[in-house]
Design a protein around this ligand. Structure first.
Ligand SMILES: O=C[C@H](O)[C@H](O)[C@H](O)COP(=O)(O)O
Length: 262
């Protein structure tokens, strides 16, 4: 089964597998959303099953909640947990300051609430997600459905006044109908090409009526675990500036690969 995985999937897997080492008995853990976070949830499920790890997980989407329950993780709400020891989640882009773009899967709102409520946020990503400057990935913005076209026009006008390179905001679709988030909202994807000042951009966007939240995560992520297709892993911590290198063995994880293929 291992041979059928692409190098990117292997990179996502090793990042997730290494990040699972951050999880300790008794922790309340925020569980991210997306293909990389799904590997993490599977790894944690295996640790619960085989090693008796005891954790309570707060999922960031209905998809993740379903997967977490399927693999045997005890799921609680954020209000039950109140505060989390750790959140582990994927990202669409990360830069040298570990600022992020998230929301490619539409879960940015719950992800940001959960990550902000955590003592520590660890991001797991394949090396392809690293960028010098954020913005090549379209920036997701969650907006309420009421008057979304007015909100879209307001965002575009503001981007023009800010002299931002790319200026179009497109409504995310799910086939023929608008994509609906877990909170019943829409997503506008902002095609910016380059976000010179992500902190300012995040503040400006969130001030607009109709905007619920944007996918820029500024000063939230503490550590990034970067996976490579050959099993190498690199850990960077923004707080103490440390960089650590590791390598993971695919063989020990055959069960997980088989599970996913099933
Ligand atoms: O809304 C989705 C999340 O922000 C994901 O964590 C992000 O899109 C990365 O997803 P993936 O791991 O599938 O690339």
């Amino acid at each position: 089964m291992t041979g059928e995985l692409s190098p990117i999937d292997k990179a996502k897997f090793v990042a997730a597998k290494r990040a699972a080492d951050f999880v300790e008995d008794g922790m309340r853990v925020g569980l991210g959303t997306g293909s990389t976070a799904a590997w993490l949830v599977r790894c944690l499920g295996e640790m619960v099953r085989d090693e008796g790890l005891k954790i309570r997980g707060v999922p960031t989407s209905t998809r993740t909640a379903r997967l977490a329950r399927d693999v045997g993780i005890e799921v609680i709400s954020l209000d039950e947990a109140r505060w989390l020891d750790l959140t582990i989640d994927g990202a669409d882009e990360f830069d040298g300051d570990l600022n992020l773009i998230k929301g490619g899967g539409g879960a940015l709102l719950q992800e940001k609430i959960v990550a902000t409520a955590s003592d520590q946020m660890v991001v797991i990503a394949d090396i392809g997600k690293e960028v010098e400057t954020l913005g090549a990935f379209p920036l997701p913005v969650e907006v309420i459905p009421f008057g979304w076209q007015t909100t879209q026009a307001l965002i575009e006008e503001t981007l023009i006044s800010m002299d931002v390179l790319g200026r179009s905001a497109t409504l995310r679709m799910n086939g023929e109908t608008p994509f609906i988030t877990d909170e019943g909202n829409h997503i506008l994807d902002l095609h910016l090409n380059r976000i010179g000042n992500p902190r300012q951009m995040a503040l400006v966007i969130n001030q607009m009526p109709g905007v619920v939240e944007n996918g820029l995560f500024i000063d939230i992520c503490d550590t990034v675990v970067i996976g490579y297709g050959d099993g190498r892993v690199e850990l960077r911590d923004i707080n103490d500036g440390t960089v650590e290198h590791d390598r993971l063995d695919f063989v020990e994880s055959d069960n997980l690969f088989t599970d996913l293929a099933d």
